[in-house]
Design a protein around this ligand. Structure first.
Ligand SMILES: Cc1cc2nc3c(=O)[nH]c(=O)nc-3n(C[C@H](O)[C@H](O)[C@H](O)COP(=O)(O)OP(=O)(O)OC[C@H]3O[C@@H](n4cnc5c(N)ncnc54)[C@H](O)[C@@H]3O)c2cc1C
Length: 201
């Protein structure tokens, strides 16, 4: 995708598709259709996926541990992979966006000792990390489109609003907006006012 105008979608090779009644832009943070400019956030996090271990932590909810605002550790149950019976966990550790190289340089054992020292319950998660490549650095940005729609175009999810995932709403917003979009589509041809009403919910 390259651009959308008046319900017509232009791909990168220049071919055009449409015109459509409505193009829904759900292409996420790097959407080429969204005019959103966002502000980089000072903190990101390293993330990894491990097996859910024997632990007293509840498998039904996110558990997090903080030290002031500069240390944050989390273990998030994420269910199973296809064809794999093991329950999985996403684990994360906050890092300033420019400190990933320092984390790599200081070594895994030092990090694990600090994390487990702050939160002993994290130990059975941390021991599964045996190579730095198991943890991926994610950097975040923040921004909201004041008007998440144009003629024949609706931006939803991260294409319309970006925030730190540690606020925990990123995955919920696109779902809610997809439902709004369905309502929008049903009313689009009958009365354009419904479109604006639905979008402003
Ligand atoms: C490390 C990390 C952890 C997170 N943890 C949480 C959390 O715990 N809770 C929470 O609520 N949110 C979390 N988030 C945020 C959440 O993932 C996003 O807010 C949410 O996924 C946004 O959904 P979306 O559908 O708008 O975009 P995405 O999920 O990014 O989906 C966009 C889709 O569009 C596709 N796409 C992009 N460009 C094109 C193109 N040109 N052509 C075709 N397809 C394209 C992409 O491949 C992708 O499949 C996390 C984000 C990150 C990075």
């Amino acid at each position: 995708m390259q651009s959308a105008k008046d319900g017509t979608l232009t791909l990168q090779d220049g071919t055009e598709h449409g015109p459509f009644d409505l193009i829904i832009d759900a292409a996420g943070v790097t959407s080429p259709l969204s005019p959103l400019t966002s502000r980089p956030l000072p903190y990101g996090a390293i993330w990894g996926t491990v097996d859910w271990p024997e632990t007293a932590l509840p498998i039904t909810q996110l558990s997090q541990c903080y030290r002031r605002a500069d240390r944050m550790i989390g273990a998030l149950p994420i269910g199973k992979m296809p064809n794999d019976a093991a329950q999985k966990a996403a684990i994360f550790w906050s890092l300033p966006r420019d400190k990933y190289d320092d984390w790599l340089a200081s070594g895994l054992e030092k990090w694990k000792a600090e994390a487990v020292g702050l939160w002993p319950e994290f130990a059975p998660f941390a021991t599964q990390i045996t190579a730095p490549s198991q943890m991926t650095m994610a950097r975040y940005s923040h921004g909201t489109l004041r008007k998440p729609y144009g003629t024949g175009l609706l931006h939803i999810g991260d294409a319309a609003h970006r925030a730190s995932p540690q606020l925990g709403q990123g995955a919920r917003r696109p779902d809610a907006l997809r439902q709004v979009s369905q309502v929008t589509c049903r009313h689009l041809s009958s009365d354009e006012r419904h479109f604006h009403t639905a979008i402003s919910i």
